[in-house]
Design a protein around this ligand. Structure first.
Ligand SMILES: Cc1cc2nc3c(=O)[nH]c(=O)nc-3n(C[C@H](O)[C@H](O)[C@H](O)COP(=O)(O)O)c2cc1C
Length: 203
């Protein structure tokens, strides 16, 4: 069974875009998975079509002023049309990721923004299933999930470094792990619904 995954993100300066590409690369590692990487900077017909036909939607935003970016919020508000049209995204698999300048930086709030948005649409949220890293005396920033996040994937980029050098390799591996898990879960969900005879998910 084929599934489609869309990685839909906003990025002001390229850091979240780099994380988004890693999420997409992780999803692509799952056989029979078609992955589309789409920017939320322009809300055009092609974007809405890609999102509608996908089985899983993975959303990314930079953390700006302790939450999701204004561009991301504009997208979220525009999806009220989808919600109002018989909750057309209900039962899609969903997940999220964010990048910010500080190690903490209130990134959790941006992930909560995304998770609540997914819940309002009746989507099925999938988090990151990896132990936290960099939390023992022998730990290192090279550890997977070094920022210790489970609601979604976090990454950090120093404010004086461009997307050519950051986020670091461990944050990109963490992003890949999220993409892979969500694609696997989308396969299980689609096959499971078919096996028990439920209606196909809305894609
Ligand atoms: C308007 C604005 C607000 C920001 N707010 C935060 C913040 O609340 N926490 C934080 O750690 N970094 C904050 N930053 C830093 C960005 O999160 C950081 O530069 C990030 O890498 C930007 O991602 P992008 O290149 O995908 O836009 C802010 C940056 C901008 C431009």
């Amino acid at each position: 069974m084929q599934i489609k995954v869309a990685v839909a993100y906003h990025s002001g300066y390229g850091h979240t875009a780099k994380q988004a590409a890693a999420v997409a690369a992780g999803a692509e590692k799952v056989p029979d998975t078609q992955v589309r990487l789409v920017s939320l900077a322009e809300l055009n017909d092609e974007l809405w079509e890609v999102l509608q036909e996908s089985d899983a939607l993975i959303f990314g935003t930079p953390t700006y002023m302790g939450g999701s970016s204004a561009v991301f919020r504009a997208f979220v508000e525009a999806t009220s049309q989808v919600w109002g049209d018989n909750m057309r995204w209900k039962n899609k698999i969903a997940g999220g990721f964010t990048n910010s300048g500080n190690m903490a930086g209130d990134k959790l709030n941006a992930l909560i923004d995304i998770a609540l948005f997914a819940a309002q649409h009746g989507m099925v949220w999938v988090g990151l299933a990896e132990y936290g890293g960099w939390n023992t005396s022998s730990g290192s920033p090279e550890d997977l999930n070094r920022l210790g996040s489970w609601l979604g994937a976090m990454s950090q980029s120093n404010n004086d470094e461009g997307a050519d050098v950051t986020p670091c390799a461990s944050d990109l591996r963490t992003a890949e792990a999220l993409g892979r898990r969500i694609a696997e879960t989308a396969h299980i969900h689609k096959a499971g619904r078919a096996a028990v005879g439920f209606d196909e998910v809305s894609a």
